[in-house]
Design a protein around this ligand. Sequence first.
Ligand code: NAP
Length: 291
Amino acid sequence: MFLVTGATGSLGRRIVRQLRDQETPVRSFVRLFSDYSELEYRGSEIFIGDLKHDQDLAKATQGVDYIISTHGSGDDTQALDYRANIQLIDLAKENGIKHFVYISVLGVDRGYTDAPVFKAKREVEKYLITSGLNYTILRPSGFANNLLPLAERFRENGIYLLIGDPKNRSSIVSTDDLATIAIASVNLEGAKNQIFPVGGPQILTRGEIPEIFGRIFQKEPIIINPPLFILDGVRSGLGLFNPQLQRSLGTLRTLLANEFFCTPEEISQIEAIYDLKLESLESFISRYLGT
Ligand SMILES: NC(=O)c1ccc[n+]([C@@H]2O[C@H](COP(=O)([O-])OP(=O)(O)OC[C@H]3O[C@@H](n4cnc5c(N)ncnc54)[C@H](OP(=O)(O)O)[C@@H]3O)[C@@H](O)[C@H]2O)c1
């Protein structure tokens, strides 16, 4: 039995889908108000709870062999990105769980002090590594599904909003590939107690993304490119009456201001260990938007 946290999220949902396609038993940790009907329909066990509540975590981890932690933080990085994962690791040890897969983030080890999510994820990584559990830590770059709403808007009006430097590079990963990798990690000797950066097969500048959309939808891109200092201005203004939101925007700023890509060697390593060919962004968008 797998336990998937963040099962209604973009990655978690794909993990549950793939597990159920293989008819593997899975328990989806979901909140009552979330849309979990698809997961239930596919035959996942549904555990309703809140990752902020220790009792829910204790119950959800009973009778589980593998944990895949994919949840995000919403508005509370300390409680969710950090504490819920520490608690899950402790419970995994108590319950003799066979393997723990943790979704971290590319660049987590670069010491970005203004990015609470990165800091929390790095601390969780360290805790997991020294826990004595079998683990795999995946450090993905940006997920391809994040671009689907932008691609849909582009399809309608050709407009692409690009905040910050168009020359910044990234290697967007197919969220479906990442789900496959997360699941396979629990059974692969080469993935045991390893940390892997995970990206797509190409290093793309951010400016190349609207070009890809242009090719897919056969439209000349209209790029709106506000500089990053606009976000800084908004952030400072918000900080006057919402310091929590100001801190959260630090993670977004870090993502927009820096480069997140995998080297060709890192990509070859992932493809060799997991025996798959990583999907390009162009293929992912075309596949989802039916072109
Ligand atoms: N998206 C990216 O580009 C990217 C890149 C690198 C790493 N990552 C990491 O990859 C992981 C998955 O990202 P994602 O984009 O798939 O996340 P997502 O779509 O934002 O989903 C977050 C999930 O966490 C759940 N959640 C939040 N608070 C909860 C709570 N208190 N109790 C129970 N569940 C709660 C949400 O449930 P509800 O449906 O109830 O809100 C949702 O299922 C995250 O750890 C993220 O930091 C993401």
